[in-house]
Design a protein around this ligand. Structure first.
Ligand SMILES: O=C(O)CCC(=O)C(=O)O
Ligand SMILES: [Fe+2]
Length: 198
């Protein structure tokens, strides 16, 4: 199996898929508690899908989006209290913060996860802050004979970024949680997204 891009050629150490970034401890514990309370105070709606993933609760700003509905619609503007997080997300992605026009807030209660998917192609860069229980972001890319896989441990209060190949060629998923996790993800639009949504 060809896995050259998963390893640094000089050191032989794994580097992970290109475009994957990660930063731990981007907020303190008081801010984490404040954000969790703020997310829980939102009108979180159960994802309409009937099944084991249905326990995921979401709220969107900028544009509403859920990975396996075909619908994208205008949503309320991103509130001020999310702006410091958006700034950190933009820093990690090395883009301007105004590019992150969409925010998706999710609560995964025990038993809730998110199945294998790539985010919709109208969206470009993705960055996500993890709150509450730690999780594993599972990454996979189809090969001729199976998959390359790269699990990423998401500590609470950490931020991950997905750009380039890990965003466009790799799928991601999160296994059903045992304890509650919240995530705050931000997305930019691709050229295609800008054409479609203006
Ligand atoms: O909760 C997360 O960090 C990932 C969410 C996700 O993959 C999505 O909403 O597209
Ligand atoms: Fe996703």
């Amino acid at each position: 199996m060809q896995q050259a891009d998963l390893f640094d050629t000089a050191s032989g150490l794994p580097t992970g898929p290109e475009g994957l970034t990660y930063r731990s401890d981007v907020i303190d514990t008081a801010t984490e508690a404040h954000l969790i309370a703020a997310v829980d105070a939102l009108p979180l709606a159960p994802f309409r899908f009937q099944g084991w993933l249905g326990k995921r609760l979401t709220c969107s700003f900028g544009w509403s989006y859920d990975f396996d509905t075909a619908q994208v619609a205008a949503a309320p503007p991103i509130p001020d209290w999310l702006m410091p997080i958006r700034r950190k997300a933009a820093e990690l992605l090395a883009i301007g913060e105004a590019e992150l026009v969409q925010a998706l807030l999710i609560r995964y209660d025990p038993g809730a996860g998110i199945g294998w998917h790539r985010d919709r192609p109208i969206f470009g860069h993705v960055a996500g802050l993890s709150l509450g229980a730690p999780a594993t972001l599972r990454l996979r890319r189809r090969r001729e004979n199976g998959f390359d896989r790269h699990p990423v441990s998401l500590a609470r209060r950490s931020l991950y970024g997905l750009s380039g190949p890990v965003r466009t060629l790799w799928e991601h998923s999160i296994a059903p949680m045992e304890d509650t996790r919240w995530s705050i993800t931000f997305r930019s639009l691709t050229d295609k997204g800008r054409r479609l949504l203006g």
